[in-house]
Design a protein around this ligand. Sequence first.
Ligand SMILES: C[S@@+](CC[C@H](N)C(=O)[O-])C[C@H]1O[C@@H](n2cnc3c(N)ncnc32)[C@H](O)[C@@H]1O
Length: 442
Amino acid sequence: YPKGNILPKGSDVGTVEKLFSKEQLAKLSLLKSIIKKEKNKNIKESLLLMFSGLLTKTNLTYHSSSVRAEGGGDSAAFRYYRYRIAPRPFELDISKYFQIRFNKVIEAKKEISYYINDNTIENIKNVKGTATDLSWIESESVDYIYTDPPYGKKIPYLDLSIMWNAWLDLEVTKEDYELEAIEGGEHYKNKDDYNKLIAQSIKEMYRVLKYDRWMSFVFAHKDPEFWHLIIDTAERCGFEYIGAVPQKNGQTSFKKRQHPFTVLSGQLIINFKKVKNPRSILKAHLGIDISEIILQTIEGIVAKNEGATLEQINDELIIKGLELGFLDLLKKEYSDITPLLLQHFDYDDETEIFTLKADTKFKTHLDERLRIRYYLISYLRRMEREGRYPHFDDIVLDILPLLKNGMTPENQTILGVLEDIAEHTGEDRWRLKTHGQGELFA
Ligand SMILES: C[S@@+](CC[C@H](N)C(=O)[O-])C[C@H]1O[C@@H](n2cnc3c(N)ncnc32)[C@H](O)[C@@H]1O
């Protein structure tokens, strides 16, 4: 078994072997030595994959779950992002669990054998390496990129993987640490290191992608500063922003339950396209207090859905900030909107939903025409990006629900504002005027 591998700071014990009881060490060592004897490389590696999963559960940081069946808990590295010894030790029956995993992996292999088999395996290339250097991929050769990058401060992946790397004899080099996009961690990297690595990887993705093809960027954290970096870098590389969509995973994570206001489940996916003449997101000149816009955006989503979760509100804010170019302002002053929300809205602990305060109707002091203008620009920009030019009825249908916390405006008022900022195209279809549309609040 591995000896003397130092664990990251903040761990409850000093070295990897101290994460295991004597019995666990003996059993795991025996099992590993048997697996190592296997001659067939594929079989050996499949067995090591099972062994790796077994490690996750057979150590003193394993926190068993009272609600789920045997094997249903979590290793502390996944749950607490540090090596925390479990208060109640839990001894898993190693041979039984190995057998269960063995059967599961066999089942999984059967299930995917239609797609991945001796004939198709040649078409797959699985590469371990850094996203900052894709020199092994030709320029303009890739059809689609889907990427799920690390968030600066959240999880020190490489530091935490030491237990598995030590047992699986996987070497982690100095260069690996240098290239890991992370802020903080055992190597005390700073935000600048992180930003540079992410920016470099976006450059590489741009280079290898074919023209008129897409890159989707997953992000589970709603820190506007990060989004700003991504958009800025992507646009400077030549990507065109196409749109962002929230994608829910339907689960409430443990972290989220502990800290409902800081950790969000679900994620945003942001789509870019590599085009010959990219248009950048027009920056709206906000001649108005950012707090008004933020409050208005929040009220809009709360009114439209008759209540909204922190997550829905955050998604909407990021997307609006993204599309109207006020992300950098969000970043500076509103990285945490919780105080603002609690001050201006009612919150229900049970449902985790924010609603308009019962006795107030007008929260923002924005003039009705300004509010209409704000939603019209946002909607028409989105439509334009999708290559669509909506009818007046569609426009009204989209923006009315957002305005319903105040007085419902007359269609005539909406039309008046629309005529200011948009022009006809075809029969009763509208698009933003090419000049002056950047002026959100004139
Ligand atoms: C959010 S996680 C991806 C999780 C993955 N999609 C999954 O579902 O398991 C981000 C990953 O990026 C890795 N990473 C950090 N720096 C990297 C780099 N320079 N090149 C490639 N990957 C890197 C981290 O180690 C981490 O595993």
